[in-house]
Design a protein around this ligand. Structure first.
Ligand code: C2E
Ligand code: CA
Ligand code: CA
Length: 555
């Protein structure tokens, strides 16, 4: 008889060992046999976390399992899926079964110990698994995403899906507005919506904070895009809602896509999201073109130090003109990169250099060369005009900035009045303070300052009323174009900006002026100075020297 126990027990052990890999229902086969042999009719377990038992009010949380049903398998299932913390186990002998002798009792005890060990081992395993694949807020994590991609790829079902990397916009603001707890509800609400779209084949996982990755069937992509562009999510029982939107990078996994590792997918959606962050569109699709551009940018970054010491950066000068007289009244120094026989325009490299501190070295290089040119013009007896140099916002934290600028100008013995510094608007309070410090410092040193690109970004009245600028440069997007009449919003706004600048004692110059109509609009609105293709494009040094000598443009 003991022999039979051994055989049944062996089977049971084997099933337990495989418990995390197989359907728990199969386990009941071996347990029913064993329980039948031992005469066990019921097993009860106590746990501290069973809400049902608490409701009965027993004080202790007890659940009974009939061995005829699923027995240990059910205990195991509850312990793992509900995180039930089993603390004690009682085994009941069937009434029809003869009383357990010493040998049987020993076997029952072995059965009990082994069962409890297996259940706790598996619940620990499950907790570990949860930690690996979920984050502390219950979202699936990056491991889940990677595993999911690997699984789909292994069975050839990755194609026909779109991978998305998205970042929720202004989520800290939402938290501030409605409180953190409601913010959490909102985030879950938004993600639930997307998870529903993802379906069984898809997945939505959090990478951390408000950064997520998802895999959605291409057939649902349009709906997903709509959701990502903006959805109203409820945060309380009254149905009050808040708008949630995201910046997203998407990779469509089609026949052209070659997969060899999850990083193939991840790298591409990370690139696409990066591109989306620097784009006016909130959703950007990955393309090979994007990859090439990125490689090119990285190359540019590598080439920078050498290019700087080789003198590959050239200074072009774009004239500033007083409209009524056609007089040349100034110029802006703009950078060009002479590389491999090509002239590369700043839009292709400045954004890259702005990602590192390279831009600061370039700006100082420009200032240095502008001063050198002015010194040369003065020494040769030329009439010189004020030249403006662009300074990136990256300089703003630099405490020594003003001293360094003055140092360079003085080194070339250039009177301060010939230099102007163009700075763009600022977005945050901290930057605002730095900007104010820098502009005031330059002011004290007698160096003129201009707000560049006024009208795009976050123009604020504080910016111009609290900082002692000399010049307001109105961006071309604010300038009336063909078809705008006097009443069109752009014309009205333009007129007000010019008037306001004048009232505040600022000089006003419009940039990007290309047509006679725009010149007429300038005159109508009292803006007398312009910089734009209408008069000249940015010119190489020698061409600009000719303009200096001519002194201006005939009317
Ligand atoms: P920005 O400072 O706003 O410079 C004016 C840009 O507008 C120049 O482009 C100029 O060529 C262009 N522009 C001038 N007139 C017209 C016009 O009538 N029509 C049109 N469509 N465009 C016109 P550019 O030279 O390509 O420079 C682009 C930007 O690169 C500059 O914008 C500036 O932000 C940046 N940049 C250029 N050089 C430097 C530099 O040395 N340092 C820094 N930090 N930024 C620079
Ligand atoms: Ca500028
Ligand atoms: Ca500008």
């Amino acid at each position: 008889m003991t022999e039979q126990f051994h055989i049944l027990f062996e089977n049971y052990l084997q099933d337990l060992a495989n418990m995390d890999k197989m359907d728990p229902n199969r386990l009941s086969g071996s347990i029913v046999g064993l329980c039948g042999y031992l005469g066990i009719s019921k097993i009860s377990v106590d746990s501290y976390q069973n809400p049902r038992a608490e409701a009965i009010g027993k004080g202790k949380n007890i659940t009974y399992f009939d061995t005829g049903e699923q027995g240990v398998a059910a205990i195991h299932k509850r312990a793992t899926t509900e995180g039930m913390n089993i603390t004690d186990c009682t085994i009941y002998r069937a009434a029809s079964f003869p009383e357990w002798d010493e040998e049987k009792l020993r076997q029952v005890k072995i059965f009990n110990d082994v069962t409890m060990m297996a259940v706790s081992r598996n619940s620990i395993l499950q907790v570990a698994l949860r930690r690996t694949f979920y984050d502390e807020d219950g979202y699936k994590n990056l491991n889940s995403f990677i595993k999911h991609i690997e699984n789909l790829s292994a069975c050839g079902r990755l194609k026909g899906n779109a991978a998305i990397h998205f970042n929720l916009k202004h989520f800290s603001l939402i938290n501030q507005q409605i409180g953190r707890d409601r913010g959490t509800t909102v985030m879950h609400g938004f993600i639930d919506g997307l998870t529903a779209l993802a379906g069984d084949n898809g997945i939505v996982c959090r990478m951390g904070g408000d950064n997520f990755v998802a895999l959605i069937p291409v057939s649902r992509l349009e709906q997903a895009e709509k959701l990502l562009r903006g959805s109203a999510i409820a945060y309380n029982e009254m149905g009050d809602r808040v708008m949630v939107s995201a910046t997203s990078g998407i990779l469509v996994i089609d026949d052209d896509f070659t997969y060899n590792a999850p990083s193939n997918v991840l790298d591409r959606i990370i690139s696409a999201l990066q591109a989306a962050k620097g784009s006016s569109d909130d959703i950007v699709f990955f393309s090979d073109e994007m990859e090439k551009r990125k490689a090119k940018l990285m190359r540019l970054q590598q080439l920078f130090p050498q290019a700087l010491s080789n003198g590959e950066f050239l200074i072009y000068y774009q004239p500033k003109v007083e409209i009524r007289t056609g007089r040349l009244i100034g110029a802006e120094a703009l950078c060009r990169w002479q590389h491999d026989g090509d002239i590369v325009k700043p839009d292709d490299f400045i954004p890259t250099f702005e990602k590192s501190m390279d831009i600061c070295r370039l700006d100082f290089y420009m200032l240095e060369h502008v001063c050198k040119d002015i010194k040369g013009w003065l020494d040769s007896g030329r009439e010189v005009v004020r030249v403006s140099v662009n300074l990136s916002r990256k300089h703003m934290m630099d405490i020594d900035l003003v001293d360094d600028i003055v140092g360079i100008i003085d080194k070339w013995q250039v009177p301060h009045r010939y230099i102007e510094i163009e700075l763009t608007e600022t977005t945050t309070d901290v930057e605002f303070k730095d900007l104010k410090r820098v502009v005031s410092g330059l002011q004290r040193a007698g160096i003129s300052t201009a707000v560049d690109d006024f009208g795009i970004g976050y123009s604020s009245l504080n910016l111009i009323s609290e900082i002692p600028w000399n010049v307001l440069k109105i961006d071309k997007s604010l300038i009336p174009v063909k078809g705008d009449n006097e009443q069109s919003p752009r014309s009205v706004m333009f007129g007000h900006v010019v008037q306001m600048a004048k009232d505040m004692g600022l000089q006003c110059i419009s940039e990007g002026v290309e047509t006679q109509e725009q010149i007429d609009a300038m005159l109508e609105n009292g803006c007398d100075m312009v910089q734009g293709f209408f008069f000249d494009k940015p010119l190489p040094k020698t061409a600009f020297e000719q303009r200096l000598d001519e002194g201006g443009y005939s009317k």
